[in-house]
Each structure stands twice: as structure tokens, then as C-alpha cells.
Design a protein around this ligand. Structure first.
Ligand SMILES: NC(=O)c1ccc[n+]([C@@H]2O[C@H](COP(=O)([O-])OP(=O)(O)OC[C@H]3O[C@@H](n4cnc5c(N)ncnc54)[C@H](O)[C@@H]3O)[C@@H](O)[C@H]2O)c1
Length: 249
């Protein structure tokens, strides 16, 4: 992999996003970490810089285009053109469909779908200019088989899968690939929060239903991102890469 290529990771302060930042930084990439959790972001960015990584970290809400545009302007100045985007930031919360307030639906779409649109669209001109790019979206297997208390989440993630496939077709002529990873159960603060709130059974109980009888780790997801963003994966585009322990095939 060309280690000079700058990588943007949204939701980089926690969970999978952080694992992805750590792996790309360890591989020598300049990494831009964006998140709404400023304290955690700066703490994790500082830890990576202490190991010698070249890191840009800024608070940015993916649902606000102006925040993404201004972060990207700074990233281009500090790290160079953006060649790789991992659209990972997301929120998830159980909500009964029948009583779901429109605002709750809308916020889910704004962050989990429109946020992915902003994250990618603002970076694509750099990839087109460089005739090379890699896009990985983190969707969810809630979009593949539905999630009974997360209609808004399932719909937003289904949109992410459709968006990713459309981009794979539209951007292939520029040397850009776009793939999605729809995880199932990954041991992250988000998954732990859902269990602590009683929205889902404990991770260890859910894991018993997975053929590879454990929850995924942020590293499991990061390794797949690493390959999809390499030159070796140049013939893989528009795919749902199921990193899920075999629970959905
Ligand atoms: N953990 C799982 O089991 C699981 C399963 C399927 C899909 N996912 C998806 O994986 C992605 C990562 O989730 P995770 O489990 O690592 O969660 P996490 O909560 O640990 O990390 C998500 C990060 O995104 C950030 N974020 C939230 N809203 C944001 C916004 N508007 N702008 C910028 N950053 C924002 C959060 O602050 C957090 O740091 C999400 O898109 C999630 O929907 C998770």
C-alpha cells in the first residue's frame, strides 16, 4: 500500500473508527480523525502522535456539510489530498416504529445516511484528480435482515448500501472503488451501551448465535478496511463485505 495516501475516518474517537485509525496509522498513513466527541478524539489522537503517527484530529459533525468542508480544507493543508475515506460515524438507538417521532427518524437519516453522503462527496474531487481512490462505508446487517426496533437505523443503513453500490458504478472510471462492510455484532462502546440500556441482550449472550462464537472486534473490521483500501483490492468494488462471524451469509 502507498503509505503516503491520506485517510479520513469519521467516528474516529471510538470503537471501529478508532481501531481503523490505529491500523492505518501503524501502517504509516497520515490519518484524519473526525468525531463529535472532542475529548476522546484529542486523547486518542495524542496517543497515536506519541507513537510517531501523522494525525489530524478535529471535532466535526458529519451531518453538517460546512463542518466537513472546513475540516477537509484543513486536512488538505496538513496531510495532502484525501485518497481514502472510511465513512464510519453512526448512531443507533432502539425506537418503536409506531410511536417514532419524525425528529428521531430525521436525525438518524441526517447522521447515518446524509452524513455518509457529505463525508464521501466532499472528498471525491481529490480522488478524481489523483485518478485513484478508495471508499469504504460501514453499514450494518440491520439493513440486510431488518431490525425490529430500529426501522430508522435499518433504513439509513440500507441507504448506505445503495449509495455505496451506485458510487462503485459511477466512480469506477476514475480509478475509485467503493465497498461497504455491514457488521453484525462488534464489541464497541455503542454495542455495550445498547446492552446496558437493556435494548439488546448482553454481548456475550448475542455472541452465542454467531457461528464463530464471539463478537467481532474493531480490529476485525479494520483488517478488512486495510485490504479494501490497498492496491491489491483494485478489482473489488460495489461489494457488501460481510465481516460478521458467519451470522449472515
Ligand atoms: N457495534 C456494532 O455492533 C455495530 C454493528 C453494525 C454496525 N455498526 C456501525 O458501525 C459504526 C461504528 O460504530 P461503533 O460500534 O464503533 O460505535 P461507537 O459509538 O463506539 O463509535 C461511533 C463514533 O461515531 C461518532 N459519531 C456519532 N455521531 C457522529 C456525528 N454526527 N459526526 C461525527 N461523529 C459521530 C461517535 O462520537 C463515536 O465516537 C456505526 O456506523 C454503527 O452504526 C456497529
Amino acid at each position: 500500500m502507498n503509505q503516503n495516501r491520506a485517510v479520513v475516518v469519521t467516528g474516529g474517537a471510538s470503537g471501529m473508527g478508532l481501531g481503523i485509525c490505529q491500523l492505518f496509522a501503524a501502517n504509516g498513513h497520515p490519518v484524519a480523525m473526525l468525531d463529535v466527541q472532542e475529548d476522546a478524539l484529542q486523547r486518542e489522537a495524542g496517543a497515536l502522535r506519541a507513537k510517531g503517527a501523522k494525525i489530524y484530529a478535529a471535532k466535526a459533525d458529519v451531518s453538517h456539510r460546512a463542518q466537513i468542508d472546513s475540516a477537509y480544507a484543513a486536512i488538505r493543508k496538513e496531510l495532502g489530498p484525501i485518497s481514502i475515506v472510511i465513512a464510519n460515524a453512526g448512531i443507533s438507538k432502539a425506537e418503536d416504529f409506531i410511536s417514532m417521532p419524525v425528529e428521531v427518524w430525521q436525525r438518524m437519516i441526517d447522521v447515518n445516511l446524509t452524513g455518509v453522503f457529505h463525508t464521501i462527496q466532499a472528498a471525491v474531487p481529490d480522488m478524481v484528480a489523483g485518478k485513484w481512490g478508495r471508499i469504504v462505508t460501514i453499514s450494518s446487517n440491520a439493513a440486510q435482515w431488518g431490525s425490529s426496533d430500529r426501522a430508522h437505523y435499518s433504513a439509513a443503513k440500507g441507504g448506505v448500501i445503495g449509495l455505496t453500490k451506485a458510487l462503485a458504478r459511477e466512480l469506477a472510471k476514475h480509478g475509485i472503488t467503493a465497498n461497504t462492510i455491514p457488521p453484525s455484532l462488534v464489541d464497541t462502546p455503542l454495542a455495550r451501551k445498547g446492552a446496558a440500556a437493556g435494548e439488546v441482550p448482553p454481548i456475550e449472550v448475542l455472541a452465542q448465535h454467531i457461528p464463530i462464537a464471539r463478537a467481532g472486534t474493531p480490529e476485525d473490521i479494520a483488517y478488512a478496511c486495510e485490504f479494501l483500501c490497498s492496491d491489491k483490492a483494485g478489482y473489488i468494488t460495489g461489494q457488501e463485505i460481510n465481516v460478521n462471524g458467519g451470522i449472515y451469509m
